[in-house]
Each structure stands twice: as C-alpha cells, then as structure tokens.
Design a protein around this ligand. Structure first.
Ligand code: F6R
Length: 612
C-alpha cells in the first residue's frame, strides 16, 4: 500500500529517496515524508499531498537538506486522515527515534491507552506514531536500537514493513517485516531498504527478500538478519531482472495507456516457451510437480480480489467447459473468514498481480492450513503469494504501475487458458483439438494489436458519454466478468457510477434504470449465446437506452440495433474475454482523460492492497 525507501552510504541520499518515492508513489499517494540523520540530529520533512509537494518543500530548504543516511515514505491512509501530522515518519516521545511503516498495528489502541496513562502525548492519529513511542520506551530499557525494535514488535499484533532510524545509533537502519513486503538492496559501500524493487533498481539489482518475522540491521558495509527472538538468519542475495524502461512512461501520457498498449507483448510473454502450438499442448514448469494433484483434484477453487477475481470468474468457464474441472470462485476476503470446507484433494488457485494482497495471502494460508494444494497465478516475482504457494505460474506482465489493472488481467487470462489447455490434453483432449485451441491462444496478440490500431470509435464514444453520471455494462457467459471489469475500470478512474450485470439478469431489476440517457455497454460476440444477448439488447432498446455494442467484425445485424459499435476480431468463446475487455479498458481511459481525473493515481485507491 504505502511505499518505503531507506538509504545508508556515502552519497547525498535526498535525491535518491525522492526519486525512489516518485517510483513508489503508485502504491499510495496521499502524503509523503523524509527523515535524515546528519550531525547527530534528525531532519524531517513531511507533507500531505503528492511526492512533488514534498520535493518542493525540500527544494525551498535550499540545499541544506542533505545527508548520507535517511528514509522516505509515501502513504495511503488507514488510521487518521491524510494530513501533515499523520504523514510518516513518526517520532518516539524523545524525538530521538523515527519510524516509517506500512501495514496496520491492530492492537495500537490498547498500546496507546497504556502509553497515555504513562504520560505520552500524540500529535496525530496513526498506529505508527504509537509504534514509534513503544520502540522509544523499549529503547529506554535496553539502550540498544535492535533490541528495542525486537521487544516492541513482540508486543504488537498486526502487519508491518518498517524502517527505524535513531540518532542514538546513527550508523544503521533497522528494517522489519511481517505481512508487508520489504527488501534490502545490496550495493557497494551503500545499502537500501525498499517496499519494492522499482524504488532502488537504478542503484542496485542485488536484493534480499525479508520474510515475515525477520529484522535486518543495515549498515554502510552490509547487513545482518535476526528473528524477533534474536536468532540469526542467513539470507540469499538474489538478482532482480527489472528494466528501468519497464517502470518509465516511455512517451505515453499515462502508465495506464502504456500498459494497455503493451498487451500484445505481455500476452506473448505469458505464453512464451510454454505454448507448443505444433503439439497442441502446453508446458508449465511451475506446475509439473503438482500435476498429479491437479489431475486427481476433487475440485478447483479460485480466490482473488478485484480485477484478479474477475479473471478467476473467466477461469471458471475455461476450467469447467474445456478442462471439465468443477471450479468455484470466491472473493479472498470472504473465503478467509468463512471457514470454508476445503479438503486435501482440493486445488486452490490464488490470482494476484502484486502477490501481496492481504486478503488473498490470508486465503492462501487458510487453504494451506486445510492441506489443499495452493497454486499462485502471480505477476510479481518473489512476492509473498508466489513464495508461499506450493507451485504456480508467473504471468510475466512486467511491472504494472497504473493503479487500475489492465495488462495483468489479460495476462492472467492467458495463463488460465494455458493451464486449461494443459489439463484438457492431460485428461484426454486429442492433439488435433488441442492444436485448434493452441492456435487460438497464439493468435491473441495480433487480435489485440488490431483493436489498439483503431481507437477512433472508442474516443468518439468517450467524448459522447463523458458527462454521464452512470452506466450499465452487460455480458453473458464468460463475457459477464468482462462487463464487471469494464464497469470497474470506469468507476475507478473516472468516478462515474457503473454496474456490470449478466445481460439476462437485467430484467430482474436494473432495467428500471434504463431511460433515454442511460449508456448501456453490451459485450455481444458471435458465440453460442449471441441470439440471447441480442434479445437483451432489444429489451434495452425498447426502453430507449443508448446502446454501445462490443461486437465481432462480421456481425451485420448489430448495426441496426446499437447506437455505437466497437468492432473486435472473432475469438473462440472462452478466450474471447481477453480480446473483448480491451475496448472497455480504452473506453474507461478516454472518458477519464476527458473528465480530467488523475488516471494513474485515482482518488482513494492504491496499488497492492496489503491491508485487509
Ligand atoms: C482494479 C485493481 C484491483 C486489484 C485488486 C487485487 O483495477 O487493480 O481491483 O485487482 O486489488 O490486486 P492483486 O491482483 O494485486 O491481488
């Protein structure tokens, strides 16, 4: 959620921290702050608003704000509104210790009450300030910063990725992780802490992934890691393969538009080396060792949140209709608290772009505790869900920076299509039939390219409907989740109310909303239920709704019914969502641009929801 960066070395760290925060801003962007230690004193600047507001405040300090040890934070508010006081870093009572923190300290109220009783006063409303005071209290007892952090963390419940600095020990940073990702960046005479690699990748590619319950003591020369109980832990240094160009806008006005346009490549990357078109088959190294479990499973369960959950809904169609595997799909946030009936012969798939979503991770742990086989379909390599799963398939979409997920969705669907084909073949589908499906999958990038080449109609529709207060999205079968996804994209970035509905369900309620002002986006490919959706369109038309159809290139009937038609190439039914969603991503994007909203950083949202 929030972003963390820390630096210790020989360079002036202010530009390093600000640049890191700028790269992390997609994770949370309602306030930001920096703490430096110089000449035995703390220098702290923090501000509500964007990293650019913080950078301006620092610029006005006219070069006096420099140091070789410091940390920065960009926040997505959980406790306390986004204002200067609640921005991180936070002090302890003596102002000798400062803390930045991602996550939630769940028992902070009880700790705060106790501290207030002992005479502490607080300037803001955050759980982090309480944690900082607690570390301060522990320091008074132990006179050792690492011990103080260990003792404080032993008392807290909840999640954290945090960095602690103190003028008592101005030669180190203390970092700790539980439930909120944190990595160390290992350099030459300098070291880093960050909540994700994008913040530090132009300084070092050598990273150490901290695990839950680990504390790192980072100095200029190196680092050591211990558990909360002070047991030493040996960590592996790993190389990240992230390219800088992947986390830059590369000439596009927004990351979201760049990521929409990347989809021909990202879909190709998802299938690269895995799809064997000639053999009509698929190889997935991350599933090889669980093939027996997959083939003997009683059922599949897919659990995820948001857009990834929509991918799961499409996955159900693929798994059941093609691979003949009974599949249930559930929101991870519901699954984790429902005490679901899970058996050891169930296979539970977790779909997550970030691999860090708190609810999805908790669902993975719940399923593991119940002895199911747990498999991740994840984008971020080395993320918590990827590491805690028994196996899985990376989607290889590259960093997704736009808060509204686009390329991750189509890559998730591509991977689901690959798993489906692999299982269908293993369960007896003929090579010839497999080849037909493999050719369909292989054709997807070119079909996406064709849509991206021709966006004039979508721009015109966006212009026409940019002021609508509401919109309805309809689809049936595997395209019902596409309707949900189209509506979600519109809500997220344009703040227009939108609902996705199964087209036939409309007459059981939402039809009451339809009048001559209501835009109704209908996904109507020429598939087995085409005629049924056409009837639903007639129902909208009879009530004078304004129909925007996403229809195939060879559909002549639709022109007479819809006011606007967006053409998409014909695609095999259950893979159609990978194609049909592209115009809906673009429609949401162009409407948001026309309304002047902040497309990449929509209000109240953040990438990677690491709180429940
Ligand atoms: C929507 C969006 C969110 C995420 C959801 C799950 O555009 O981005 O709905 O899909 O927060 O995130 P991941 O996939 O990282 O688990």
């Amino acid at each position: 959620m929030c972003g963390i960066i820390g630096y210790i070395g020989e360079k002036n760290c202010v530009p390093i921290l600000l640049e890191g925060l700028r790269r992390l801003e997609y994770r949370g962007y309602d306030s930001a702050g920096i703490a430096l230690i110089k000449d035995g004193r703390f220098h702290i600047q923090k501000k509500a608003g964007k990293v650019s507001d913080l950078a301006e405040a620092i610029r006005l300090l006219d070069g006096t704000f420099t140091a070789t040890l410091g940390m920065g934070h960009t926040r997505w508010a959980t406790h306390g509104e986004p204002n200067d006081a609640n921005a991180h870093p936070h002090w302890d009572a003596t102002k000798k210790i400062a803390v930045i923190h991602n996550g939630i300290i769940e028992n902070y109220a009880a700790i705060r009450t106790k501290l207030v009783r002992d005479g502490h006063t607080f300037t803001g409303k955050t759980d982090t300030e309480v944690l900082a005071h607690l570390i301060g209290v522990m320091y008074e007892e132990s006179k050792d910063l690492t011990t103080a952090v260990r003792h404080a963390l032993a008392e807290v419940e909840g999640t954290y990725g945090l960095v602690v600095l103190s003028v008592h020990e101005p030669d180190k940073m203390i970092a700790a992780r539980k439930g909120s990702p944190l990595i160390l960046g290992v350099g030459e005479g300098e070291n880093f802490v960050a909540s994700d690699a994008s913040a530090i990748v132009d300084h070092t590619r050598n990273v150490v992934y901290l695990d839950d319950g680990e504390i790192a003591v980072v100095t200029r020369e190196g680092f050591r890691t211990v558990t909360i109980d002070d047991v030493s832990v040996t960590k592996q240094v790993q190389e990240v393969t992230l390219e800088l160009s992947q986390i830059e806008r590369g000439g596009y006005e927004h990351f979201m538009l760049k990521e929409i346009n990347e989809q021909p490549e990202t879909i190709t990357n998802a299938m690269r080396g895995r799809l064997l078109v000639d053999q009509g088959n698929v190889v997935l190294g991350g599933l090889r060792h669980v093939m027996d479990k997959l083939l003997c499973a009683r059922r599949f369960v897919i659990t995820a949140c948001g857009t990834s959950w929509h991918a799961g809904l499409v996955g159900k169609y693929m798994f059941e209709q093609i691979a003949k595997m009974p599949t249930e799909v559930e929101y991870a946030s519901e699954f984790r608290y429902r005490n679901p009936i899970i058996r050891s012969d169930d296979v539970v798939f977790l779909i997550s772009q970030s691999g860090e979503t708190a609810d999805t991770l908790a669902a993975a742990r719940e399923a593991k505790a119940k002895h199911a086989t747990v498999l991740g379909i994840v984008n971020v390599v080395g993320s918590s869900i990827a590491r805690e799963s028994h196996g899985g398939v990376y989607i290889h979409a590259g960093p997704e920076i736009g808060v509204a997920s686009t390329k991750a969705f189509t890559s998730q669907l591509t991977v689901l299509a690959l798993i489906t084909l692999m299982l269908a073949r293993a369960r007896g589908m003929s090579e010839a039939d497999g080849r037909v499906l493999a050719e369909e999958i292989a054709s997807l990038p070119d079909k996406v390219r064709a849509i991206l080449r021709n966006t004039e109609t979508i721009k015109a529709i966006a212009h026409e409907f940019k002021d609508t207060p509401t919109a309805l999205y309809l689809g049936r079968g595997a395209n019902f989740p596409v309707a949900l996804e189209g509506a979600l994209k519109l809500k997220e970035i344009s703040y227009i109310h939108a609902e996705g509905y199964p087209a036939a369900e409309m007459k059981h309620g939402p039809i009451a909303l339809i009048d001559e002002a209501m835009p109704v986006v209908v996904v109507v490919p020429k598939d087995a239920i085409y005629e049924k959706v056409m009837s639903n369109i007639q129902e909208v038309r009879a009530r004078k709704g304004r129909i925007i159809a996403v229809a195939n290139e060879d559909d002549d009937e639709i022109e007479g019914l819809a006011e606007f038609v967006i053409r998409v190439p014909r695609t095999y039914g259950f893979f159609g969502p990978i194609i049909n969603v592209i115009p809906l991503q673009l429609l949401a994007y162009y409407i948001a641009v026309a309304r002047g909203t902040n497309v990449d950083q929509p209000r109240n949202l953040a990438k990677s929801v690491t709180v429940e």
